[in-house]
Design a protein around this ligand. Structure first.
Ligand code: IPM
Ligand code: MN
Length: 354
């Protein structure tokens, strides 16, 4: 396979972890006989510094040409003053919207070798395997925003079409997994949630008769995720609930540094792959960040954009082998134990790839 991969390292540790996923993909290419061409571009704060814009036209053009996009992270205190008019996050949100990446897949499966890294009891974590599907281009993130000296509004808006396409995508994933879909909303309060719920109630019995589905209020889901995480298979939810619940769910895996994501549109081509963690300005530039989430995001690229399942599994196994071998960056290593650097963690993955 011959593919063009757009590489957008972004800000902070995004730069460090993305370098490791590029190395891992290069190794996969040589081992399995593929040609991956990497082209780099600016996004977020780095792009604001260079051009005044968080999503420069040439970055968007590259992403539109590319077969898939690898992204690090955006943001940082330098660009986050409350009255800033351009923000790094606008680059990422603009890219998701411009490319129509409406479904954000965030798999959460605690690794048996690092259950100790989670603040949650190990017995609750065994066998947890959740796929969160977060709607990514609608809701309060993208509704009208107003601000005066004394008042501010963020409109939460969803169209039926936006709801239906993400629910169908999640239901299709559930069909290939354990056959259960949990739709998370706040239908006791929000009109958008009531529209969401009615769409699920109509689509699931009609189009996915074999699936078990349930509705759960988001506050209750936040609690259940900690109390009984094994109960979940696929979760589908709107943009902001999905953002919040997946940071929470990352604690099941032990660290934000382990959670990859895939953002998909109507077609496999042009998917965007990024770790769910942010730019972590507090540890940026030290070479200590955990690259596993970024590398696992590259594995999702192999799976969802390139349909290279064998290669995806090989990369996921290489990360798993590294963890089992005790190559643990600071967010995972036991207190008092030496932590692996970003580079050492990348080296271990490459070595495990043989
Ligand atoms: C994420 C991030 C982004 C989001 C930010 C950086 C805009 O938190 O991908 O989860 O809120 O979607
Ligand atoms: Mn987030």
């Amino acid at each position: 396979m011959n593919a063009l991969i757009a590489v957008l390292p972004g800000d902070g540790i995004g730069v460090e972890v993305t370098a490791q996923s590029v190395r891992a993909l290069t190794k996969i290419a040589s081992r399995f006989g593929h040609t991956f061409r990497f082209e780099q571009a600016l996004i977020g704060g780095a792009a604001i510094d260079a051009s005044g814009q968080p999503l420069p036209a040439e970055t968007l053009a590259l992403c539109q040409r590319a077969d898939a996009i690898l992204l690090g992270a955006v943001g940082g205190p330098k660009w986050s003053q409350p009255d800033a008019t351009v923000r790094p996050e606008q680059g990422l949100l603009g890219l998701r919207k411009a490319l129509g990446l409406f479904a954000n897949l965030r798999p959460v499966a605690p690794h048996p070798a690092v259950l100790h890294a989670s603040p949650i009891k190990a017995e609750l974590l065994q066998g947890v395997d959740i796929m969160v599907v977060r709607e990514l281009t609608g809701g309060i993130y993208f509704g009208d925003k107003q601000r005066s000296a004394t008042e501010a509004t963020d409109v939460c808006r969803y169209t039926l079409v936006e709801i239906e396409r993400v629910v169908r995508l999640a239901a299709n994933l559930a069909r290939k997994r354990r056959g259960k879909l949990t739709s998370v909303d706040k239908a006791n309060v929000l009109e958008t949630s009531r529209l969401w719920r009615s769409a699920v109630d109509r689509i699931l019995p009609l189009e996915f008769p074999g699936l078990t589905f349930e509705h759960m209020l988001v506050d209750s889901a936040a609690m259940h995720l900690i109390r009984k995480p094994r109960d979940f298979d696929v979760i589908v939810t709107e943009n902001m609930f999905g953002d919040i619940l997946t940071d929470e769910a990352s604690m099941l895996a032990g660290s934000l540094g382990l959670l990859p994501s895939a953002s998909l549109g109507e077609t496999a081509r042009g998917g965007l792959y990024e770790p769910i963690h942010g730019s972590a300005p507090d540890i940026a530039g030290r070479g200590t960040a955990n690259p596993f989430a970024a590398i696992l995001s590259a594995a999702l690229m192999l799976r969802y954009s390139f349909h290279l399942e064998t290669e995806a599994l090989a990369l996921e196994k290489a990360v798993s082998d590294s963890i089992v071998a005790g190559v643990l960056p600071a967010d995972l290593s036991a207190p008092g134990m030496p932590a692996a650097s970003t580079q050492a963690a990348g080296d271990a993955v490459i070595a495990a790839l043989g």
